[in-house]
Write a protein of this length. Structure first.
Ligand code: NAP
Length: 283
């Protein structure tokens, strides 16, 4: 059977509307992913994107209450400024001080952060890689890196070394992994089992481009898994370099799909069809 067409959303008076807010938000793949999942599950739901100006995150949360939106995905630059308007945060959102998903629990709005859990779920189910007991290196210390550091420690990683251009931010990120977190050195790369690029290096690089890279590819080799959170382009210079060196490349689309699926499951109580969502994300 053909996949549902995420553009063929049928809106009725009963349709539950969810939204993604951000600025800019026009490039967001969340509507494609979510609407494909809603249709595949036969849910009378639809997700739309709202451009919300920087500083207006609190008003968007107020609108969610007023309009009874079914759920809210939150992207830059609102991941922090929505927090003051919520009733509660999950432990991970509290630890990270950043929210990417808002759900109703009764009459309360609860902020969550599904990015890191989305990566771990994707590694386990799409790549057969369980971070438990692995030596991990995370490149970068921004919002995505911090969620990944927290989730790797939560998943039982043996060591989470954070490498970042700005050392102070690496220290903050590494602390999120508790006893297994530390600021790393480039020398840690050769001994790592799992390397995750959570910097924005490689974003928008042309297909066929040989650079830029967030690390020295000579430090990569067989037996390593190299994940690039950058998903546009899908085949980044880092992933090509990793494959050339015999490491296993993993692109960022899996994380994108799984973090959205976790939100959808929380909002609707229905298990999202990951394969349908992945195909929608690739289109
Ligand atoms: P962010 O908060 O702005 O952090 C960017 C990070 O990249 C910082 O650590 C920054 O270092 C580093 N960086 C940027 N330019 C650099 C350069 N030229 N040299 C060295 N380091 C550099 O961004 P973010 O929200 O964490 O997102 C990071 C990447 O992850 C983006 O490409 C984003 O698209 C991707 N992402 C993917 C998913 C997914 O589902 N696959 C989810 C979220 C994010 P400094 O601290 O020194 O500035």
């Amino acid at each position: 059977m053909a996949d549902p067409d995420p553009f063929a959303v049928s809106l009725r008076g009963s349709t539950r509307v969810a939204a993604v807010i951000g600025s800019p938000v026009g490039h967001s793949r969340s509507p494609l992913l979510a609407n494909a999942a809603f249709q595949a599950a036969g849910l009378d739901w639809a997700l739309v994107a709202f451009e919300v100006r920087p500083g207006d995150g609190a008003q968007a949360v107020a609108a969610m209450r007023a309009l009874s939106l079914g759920g809210l995905m939150v992207t830059m630059p609102h991941k922090v400024d929505v927090i003051a308007s919520l009733d509660r945060l999950t432990p991970v959102a509290t630890a990270l001080g950043a929210v990417n998903s808002i759900a109703w629990e009764g009459t309360e709005l609860v902020g969550d952060n599904t990015d890191g859990a989305g990566l771990v779920a994707s590694l386990r189910s799409d790549s057969g890689v369980d971070p438990a007991s692995l030596r991990c290196v995370v490149l970068g210390a921004g919002g995505a890196a911090r969620s990944v550091v927290w989730a790797l420690a939560d998943a039982g990683a043996a060591d989470v070394a954070v490498l970042n251009r700005t050392r102070g931010k690496a220290e903050v990120a590494a602390a999120l992994a508790g006893g297994v977190g530390r600021v790393g050195l480039s020398g840690d790369l050769a001994g790592a089992d799992l390397i995750i690029n959570a910097t924005s290096i490689g974003m928008g690089a042309d297909i066929g481009d040989s650079g830029p890279l967030p690390l020295d590819p000579a430090l990569l080799g067989p037996g390593q898994v190299v994940v690039d959170l950058v998903y546009s382009p899908r085949h980044t210079p880092l992933l090509r370099a990793a494959a050339d060196r015999g490491a296993t490349p993993v692109d960022g689309l899996g994380m994108l799909v799984h973090q959205a699926a976790l939100s959808i499951q929380r909002w609707t109580g229905v298990t999202a069809d990951l394969a349908v969502m992945a195909r929608a994300a690739r289109d």
